[in-house]
Write a protein that binds this ligand. Structure first.
Ligand code: ASP
Length: 416
């Protein structure tokens, strides 16, 4: 490793430490508020401001979601469609990626059901919130196809936006010939631009997180910390299970010893854990794929696409978050709604941008599909640095495990 890479790592650990300090500060401010103004009723004014400053972040996210989904999905679908000659690789890759993410989201639901991390404290449901009616199969199907185009510009219309974006991306490539390339390029630039807007909004995240944390602790006391700790405990536990067990099976099925896979995967794992970005980790993941003997023509397709659409850690996190928020607000979910959680977490993880906090933003989609208060995003933002680190590490590791298996399925050999 070059000395500049070492320097980078040091800087990233520095970031991690400052994140920890910032977290402790937020909690201290929340607790200090309860000491300085002991009566809850007297704190109401300050609390309202703290919450409002956090809500600004949630609202900014709601604004950017339709644009983000439109560009990222249409750009990804046009680039997949334009690689038609790679048909078999793409087909198997999508099946594996989707299968692994469904499994991960299922662990998220199981973790939430078994360990109930959100029952430590009961939050007040936001004013104006109406609990969801358990939807029928027909309701769910029709919710994917909103009546009017204007609905696509709301968080609730995200699924229709996704369908529209896929149709647009594919039509651009299949029917527009040479001229379609210009549109495809535009979509790609739009995707980069919308991710840049998100990055910009993320500069406000520390303020929002600070305010939300102080508000939650001041309003609900240290029990909130217990709820957060058990969420992270369940998330880390199930995520490691997915990493160690499922990826062992996938690597072994691909003809690679799981131990060799874990040994190689360690570096991208740590880089992803500290940078919290699959996009930033991509070069490290590619280097490792090469060292494991995956042919270039394979990983050069599967890893960049995987970095954008295959996010097992994120799917697990988003599913678990939905249950956590439902439990915090005392909203009971039916088994059919658990199915909806898995499905929406899969879709959201595909649409998640490979940058820090991308998965937090897409919670807006999951919560709106399941019918949970969108304030939940602010609540999850408080611990997102910790939650993001592990989900990103697993996101990138999954891409490589699936790539090893794909190599075997498609009749290539690992070049040792
Ligand atoms: N940070 C994650 C990644 O880059 C995405 C997420 O926030 O879930 O893979």
């Amino acid at each position: 490793m070059s000395s500049s890479t070492k320097h980078d790592w040091l800087r990233r650990y520095g970031i991690l430490i400052s994140i920890l300090i910032a977290f402790v500060l937020r909690v201290v401010v929340g607790l200090a508020l309860t000491i300085v103004i002991p009566k809850a009723a007297d704190r109401a004014g300050v609390n309202a401001w703290l919450k409002a400053l956090g809500d600004v972040f949630v609202r900014l996210i709601r604004i950017v979601i339709p644009i983000l989904i439109f560009f990222t999905i249409s750009a990804a679908s046009s680039s997949i469609a334009s690689a038609r000659k790679l048909g078999m690789i793409l087909l198997w890759m999508l099946m594996l990626y989707i299968g692994a993410s469904i499994l991960a989201a299922t662990w998220g639901v199981l973790g939430g059901v078994i360990f109930q991390p959100g029952t430590a404290v009961r939050l007040e449901v936001p004013p104006g919130y109406t609990p969801p009616k358990p939807p029928s199969g027909v309701d769910i199907l029709m919710s994917f196809f909103q009546l009017d185009f204007s609905a696509l510009l709301t968080v609730g219309g995200s699924m229709t936006m996704i369908i529209f974006a896929i149709l647009l991306g594919v039509a651009t490539v299949v029917f527009m010939g040479e001229r379609g390339r210009v549109v495809a390029r535009f979509l790609e630039l739009g995707s980069e631009l919308s991710i840049s807007i998100l990055r910009l909004i993320m500069y406000y995240a520390p303020v929002a997180v600070f305010c939300y944390a102080a508000w939650l602790i001041s309003q609900y006391g240290p029990e909130m910390l217990r709820a957060y700790a058990s969420f992270l405990g369940v998330q880390y536990g199930f995520t490691f299970f997915h990493f160690l067990v499922i990826y062992s099976i996938i690597a072994a099925a691909g003809g690679l010893s799981p131990l060799v896979y874990f040994k190689h995967q360690l570096t991208p794992f740590i880089v992803a854990f500290t940078t919290r970005s699959s996009a930033v980790t991509l070069p490290y993941n590619m280097e490792v794929a090469k060292r494991m003997g995956v042919p270039d023509e394979m990983f050069k397709v599967t890893l960049p696409i995987g970095a954008t659409i295959n996010m097992d850690g994120t799917a697990l996190y988003q599913a678990l978050s939905a249950l956590f928020i439902a439990q915090l607000f005392g909203i009971a979910l039916t088994p059919a709604q658990y199915g909806l959680v898995v499905f929406s977490a899969l879709v959201a993880s595909i649409a998640t941008a490979a940058i820090p906090g991308g998965g937090l933003v897409m919670l807006a989609y999951v919560f709106s599909v399941v019918g949970l208060p969108l304030e939940g995003i602010g609540i999850m933002a408080v611990i997102d640095t910790f939650a993001d680190a592990i989900r990103t590490a697993i996101n990138v590791s999954g891409d490589n495990a699936c790539t090893v298996l794909l190599t075997r399925i498609l009749g290539y050999k690992l070049q040792k």
